[in-house]
Design a protein around this ligand. Structure first.
Ligand code: SF4
Length: 401
């Protein structure tokens, strides 16, 4: 027979991720739990062929329900949980730093975490151990959800809709699996979701919007919506941390200095318990070098630093549609995030009643042993060893010396 390296007929098709989602939906023994990241509803319009500026949250939920998803929930809920865990960590550092500045970095962006693990493992002690909202949702969807809804955890498949390609690597991290089973089974980007809807005949611009399944694992604060943009995790954390650490003046809800799209932003806030807190926000890894140098050399004035790998944060994520003029649509997406925060009634993560119920009924308190087991993680030094010299290079070296 003829020998060929490529399949000439195309018969050996590689299954793509959207097919895996369809397999879950078609399996009667599987319970599909879908989570939608904060930025997705702001970034889907362009992928679906609509102009930027339309929040298509209800249309996305309706499309997923039409496909047969059992639970459609909101990653904003677990973003609020992230703030409680990360805020507790920050307060703990402030209490034990004895007047020094012990900088803590955010940990919710896998693009940034990959960078630290590969290039700056010496900074691990400065990185928050709190898992990202995607990972927290996955862990709780396989532990807390089956408890409350009387489901078999083994039947659950968690599917994330994310603005981000790096969230696929994050879901595959061995640290985010229990007994060999990943907490998040599948990640689809915004562009993959658009393709899925298109191939399944769902027109997201024509479908009637639908609400999320229930407030359970969905109810969110405005702070959680802010996770979609650069500066948002910081603003969300400051709302809660300032409330818990006492603020001499009426607590500000908006922290203007961390808003907008400047590459590096800084802010100072006064607290009763710890005096002045200084924070910084960086997006795009190219802006990061000087900030990391300050921390490494012990010159950092910042107690808390937010890092997002993508320009603009997740609203500019690599899994979203980035047309020719996407830098012009970025401020539009950011404005939508701020408007959604304004619209939501609860502003602070620690005031989200559905998150309070999680702690009351299951975790105990933020930072408890169970919270640590399910909602925190560790990091792995992935700095590659220097490459061994190849024979040719060795020969040249010998000749030169
Ligand atoms: Fe992913 Fe980019 Fe958001 Fe980081 S900033 S979580 S890499 S989309």
């Amino acid at each position: 027979g003829q020998c060929s390296l490529v399949c000439p007929t195309g018969a050996i098709a590689v299954k793509d991720e959207t097919d895996r989602f369809l397999d879950y939906l078609a399996d009667p023994d599987v319970v599909t739990v879908v989570q939608i990241a904060p930025a997705v509803r702001m970034a889907f319009a362009e992928a679906a062929g609509a102009p930027a500026g339309r929040n298509l949250e209800g249309e996305i939920v309706a499309g997923l329900k039409k496909l047969g998803a059992d639970f459609v929930c909101d990653t904003r809920w677990s973003a609020d949980v992230t703030i409680l865990e990360e805020g507790t960590e920050l307060l703990h550092r402030l209490e034990h730093s004895e007047g020094r500045v012990d900088t803590m970095f955010t940990s919710c962006c896998p693009g940034w975490i990959n960078h630290v693990e590969k290039s700056h493992p010496d900074l691990f002690p400065h990185v928050s151990s709190t898992r990202s909202p995607q990972a927290i949702f996955g862990a709780l969807a396989k532990t807390y959800l089956p408890r409350v809804k009387k489901l078999d955890s083994a039947a659950i498949r968690v599917v994330s809709i994310m603005p981000c390609t790096a969230k696929k690597d994050e879901a595959a991290r061995p640290q985010l699996a229990r007994e060999g089973v990943a907490d998040v089974d599948l990640v689809l980007t915004v562009r993959e979701l658009e393709r899925l809807f298109r191939t399944q005949g769902i027109d997201p611009l024509a479908i009637d919007p639908a609400p999320f399944d229930s407030p359970f694992m969905t109810e969110a604060s405005g702070a959680a919506q802010l996770f979609a943009t650069t500066g948002g995790v910081m603003e969300a954390a400051l709302r809660t941390v300032c409330a818990l650490a006492g603020s001499p003046r009426a607590l500000p809800l908006r922290f203007e200095p961390v808003r907008g799209l400047a590459g590096v932003k800084e802010a100072r806030v006064e607290t009763e318990r710890f005096g002045e807190l200084r924070v910084a926000v960086v997006h795009g890894l190219k802006n990061l070098g000087p900030v990391l140098d300050c921390v490494r050399e012990g010159r950092s004035p910042w107690h808390f630093v937010e890092v997002m790998a993508c320009p603009g944060g997740c609203i500019g994520g690599g899994g979203t549609a980035r047309g020719d003029n996407w830098t012009r649509t970025l401020p539009v997406r950011q404005r939508m995030v701020y408007e959604e925060d304004d619209r939501l009634a609860v502003k602070r993560s620690d005031e989200n009643p559905d998150v309070a119920a999680l702690y009351r009924d299951y975790l105990g308190r933020a930072g408890s042993d169970l919270a640590h087991e399910l909602l925190h993680t560790d990091y792995e030094n992935r700095r590659s060893a220097p490459k061994p010299l190849r024979f040719k290079e060795l020969e040249t070296k010998i000749k030169l010396t």
